[in-house]
Each structure stands twice: as C-alpha cells, then as structure tokens.
Ligand binder design. Structure first.
Ligand code: ATP
Length: 327
C-alpha cells in the first residue's frame, strides 16, 4: 500500500529541514510513500497574494498525512487553517532529553497535549478604537472534554503514570473554570489518577523538577508556551517534534518556526522535523519504523555529527545523512 504524504516546506528553515525528513522516510524500505509537494507561506504570498493556496489545502485534505516545515510572517494564515483542513483538535508535543546532550534538565520526558482549536487562538480580535483592542477567548465544554479524553488515552496507551491538567481557573473563572471542570470530569469518569496545576506555578515547577511530570493537558496558549519552555530544558527548539491529530487526518511539524536568524545557512537542526516524521509513521500504524527513526536520531544526537545549536559544526544535510546511515 502506498501512502500519499503532502509535503509543505513553507518558509525559512522549513525549506532546509523538510527535505531531510523526506529523505529519512524515503529510506524506510518497508513503507511506500508518494510525496506530493505543495507551497505555503511568505514566499507564495508575495508571488500570488495568498499564503495558503486552495491547491495546497486540497493536497493536504486528500493526503493520508501532511509534513509541514514552518511559516514565517504568515504563520497564522497558514498553520491555523491547515490544522482545520486536517480536522486537527489535538497538538501532541513530546519534550525529551537525550543522552550526550548538554541539557538544562537531562531527566525530562514530558508530553504536552495541547487543545488546538480554540482558546486565545480563536482569531476573534478587534480594534474597538485607536489604542484599544480586544480578543475573545473561546472555551467550550465539548472541546475541553475531547482534548482531555485524548490526553488520558494517550497516557494509558504510552504507559505514562502522571497526568496533569494545566489551567488558570482562579483568574479566568468562566473560561478556564469550564476547561478545568470538563477535563477533570473526564479524569473522574475514568477513575484516573491526575493532578491539576495553575499554569504559572507549573512553569516554575517544570524548570525545577521536570522529572515529576509525564503528560500535561493544556489549553491552547498555555500548551504553546509551556512546550517551548520545555524545549529550553532539553536542548532547544531543534529537538521538539509535534503532531496535529484529527479524527481521520493529521499534520506533523516541528515545534520551531522559520528561524529567520539562521535561515539559508544550511545549519538548522533537522532532528525536530525528522522526529515529527517518526510520529507520522506511528500515526500510519508503523510503530516499529517510528521507533527505528527515533533510535537513529538518538544515536546521532549522542555521537554526532551535531548542528551548531547543539555545540557542533555540522550542517543540516550532514546530520540528515547520518540519520539515514544509522537507520
Ligand atoms: P517564527 O516567527 O517563524 O516562529 P521565530 O524566530 O520566532 O520564528 P523560531 O523559528 O522557533 O522562532 O526560532 C527561535 C530560536 O530558536 C531562533 O534563535 C532559532 O534560530 C532557533 N531555532 C529554531 N529552530 C531551530 C533549529 N531547527 N535548529 C537550530 N536552531 C533553531
């Protein structure tokens, strides 16, 4: 069976790390892929006036899964609608430390399960008058319960013991009150062991004692911020993959953005993107192949070559080739 994969490199280092992940997937003999490349982001907007052309939406909608690199200035016009195209409601962001890297916290293994359809990313913003703006934070019981169900299922299926529900219900009483109640009700229904944590205090605890956390279920913005914080604990954004999971379709992307400061230099760390491709393999049912890719990345992270963000002097292509060799 051949799997059709939409490949959308996007902007900046997305153009450099996406081909690396495609090379790794293509090196897996036991799975057949048909890669269909599509445009999105700043460059295509400058050319056509549209950051996410209809053709790209159609390719992503029809594919078995999508690999997405990064978007720059147009990120909100690209990734938010693309997540809708694939019907994604859960953003899964694992943050792990690896042997051989100089991590701030070498004993970190946390998976953030981030709600990604609502919250402050609702897009409902307005300027009431000059100098005064508003944003509507949408939280629904259905979406909160759905992300909690996904999070508790994920913890059980992946043998994680601790589930934490992050919130700020003491201040955002209505919206996060509802999120907390709906997510807690799922935990109660399942007789699951879980904790709740105020997201600001949680940020401090994550820096000091990350080893105490396994799966953290978060509203949209909190998941975005806390997972970047966790990236800092394990060695930087070049290491964090993510999956945007829907009922039937899914999109895989690194947590990092287009990194304009290093784009075009050929030194971006491709690990986050390659680990996202490993999550794509899991999603399609190729768990063993996903594990092989993770093991290959791990061995290269440990023994090199390494990109400059990890203290080495290798380029993106050299690291990608080493991962293919390790496979
Ligand atoms: P965007 O606005 O597109 O999200 P950004 O600059 O705000 O871009 P990132 O692209 O996530 O955010 O980059 C944040 C920092 O992390 C930058 O200094 C960047 O160079 C670094 N970084 C991100 N991804 C990588 C990577 N794959 N390899 C090396 N460094 C990276």
């Amino acid at each position: 069976m051949t799997h059709e994969i939409a490949v959308i490199p996007g902007d900046g280092i997305g153009q450099e790390v996406t081909p690396a992940a495609v090379d790794v997937l293509a090196a897996i003999d036991s799975v057949d892929f048909d890669f269909v490349e599509a445009d999105a982001g700043d460059a295509v907007k400058a050319e056509t006036g549209e950051a996410l052309p209809q053709e790209t939406r159609d390719i992503a909608a029809d594919a078995d899964a999508t690999l997405f690199g990064a978007a720059g200035e147009t990120a909100a016009d690209v990734i938010l609608p693309l997540r809708e195209v694939v019907g994604s409601f859960a953003n899964v962001r694992p943050a792990r430390s690896y042997p051989g890297l100089d991590a701030v916290q070498p004993d970190t293994d946390i998976v953030f399960i981030r709600e990604n359809t609502e919250g402050v990313y609702s897009g409902i913003e307005s300027e009431i008058t000059e100098g005064v703006t508003t944003l509507t934070r949408v939280i629904t019981e259905d979406a909160s319960a759905k992300i909690a169900e996904f999070g508790f299922d994920y913890a059980r299926q992946n043998d994680f013991d601790d589930v934490t529900i992050a919130h700020k219900a003491n201040v955002m009483r209505e919206t996060d009150g509802l999120f907390l109640d709906a997510a807690s009700a799922v935990g109660e229904d399942r007789g699951a062991d879980y904790d709740t944590a105020l997201m600001d205090a949680l940020a401090m605890h994550l820096v000091m004692t990350p080893e105490e956390y396994d799966v953290i279920i978060c509203p949209n913005l909190a998941g975005d911020v806390l997972s970047d914080l966790a990236a800092g604990l394990v060695g930087g954004l070049g290491l964090l993959p993510s999956a945007n999971v829907g009922e039937e379709n899914a999109l895989f992307e690194p947590v990092h953005g287009s990194a304009p400061d290093i784009a075009g230099e050929g030194i971006a760390n491709p690990s986050a993107m390659i680990l996202s491709a490993a999550m794509l393999l899991d999603h399609l049912g190729y768990d063993e192949e996903g594990d092989r890719v993770r093991a290959a990345v791990e061995s290269v992270l440990e023994s090199g070559p390494k990109t400059p963000d990890l203290g080495g002097d290798a380029g993106t292509d050299e690291v990608a080739a080493a991962v293919v060799d390790a496979l």
